[in-house]
Design a binder for this molecule. Structure first.
Ligand code: COA
Length: 170
């Protein structure tokens, strides 16, 4: 095992991967907590073949960047391929995942175990989402916007504007 947390002066780097289509207050809550534990948190926008995202990778990254300007130590990036390979390239020793409800657990547990099997260097760290965001996901926000609801309590103002531009001007 070559986990870099063993070196005293090595910065502790964590990856927070996800689709972020778009980022919500739930994700931001996790990022804020993660940066209290690590020197650097890389929010990594993933290309997920099973999902057809509303926003391009560049747009998703741009929205995240706009939301984390007050959080030193948070970097925004995107990746393709295996997460463990990307984490190794970045020198990260941990992957952050948010747990919202018991229903998340089975999928997250499977993903953590598979990642551990293919790379023992990457430790999965689960953070509990604040209960006020425990029911939230990006699909619900998109559906609400397309049906004319105000999503100001779920996403930052900048993201809300981008959603309205995309979904209401169609
Ligand atoms: N607050 C609000 N919503 C949250 C949330 C939180 N704290 N945490 C997760 N969500 C929502 C997301 O918005 C997303 O909603 P959507 O389905 O409506 O878009 C949903 O939960 C799924 O979360 P996400 O974090 O985007 O996971 P994912 O399943 O899309 O992606 C990856 C998971 C990217 C980490 C995974 O697919 C991966 O590692 N891919 C790389 C390839 C690889 O290595 N595969 C092997 C893995 S075992």
């Amino acid at each position: 095992m070559t986990a870099q947390t063993g070196y005293p002066n090595h910065p502790k780097i964590a990856i927070y991967p996800g689709s972020f289509d778009p980022i919500t207050f739930g994700h931001l809550d996790i990022i804020r907590r993660a940066i209290m534990l690590f020197d650097q948190v890389i929010v990594a926008v993933a290309r997920n073949r099973e999902k057809r995202p509303l926003f391009s990778e560049q747009e998703r990254m741009e929205m995240i960047k706009n939301c984390v300007t007050d959080l030193p130590g948070v970097e925004v990036d995107c990746f393709h391929g295996l997460l463990v390979d990307y984490a190794r390239k970045k020198g990260a020793t941990a992957m952050i995942r948010g747990l919202r409800a018991v229903s998340d657990f089975e999928y997250e547990f499977q993903m953590a175990l598979v990642n551990r099997k293919i790379s023992e260097d990457l430790i999965t760290v689960f953070l509990m989402t604040h209960d006020k965001y425990s029911y939230l996901n990006s699909s619900i926000v998109k559906e609400l916007v397309s049906l004319g609801a105000d999503v100001g309590c779920f996403v930052p103002a900048y993201v809300k504007e981008r959603l309205y531009d995309k979904l209401r001007k169609k």
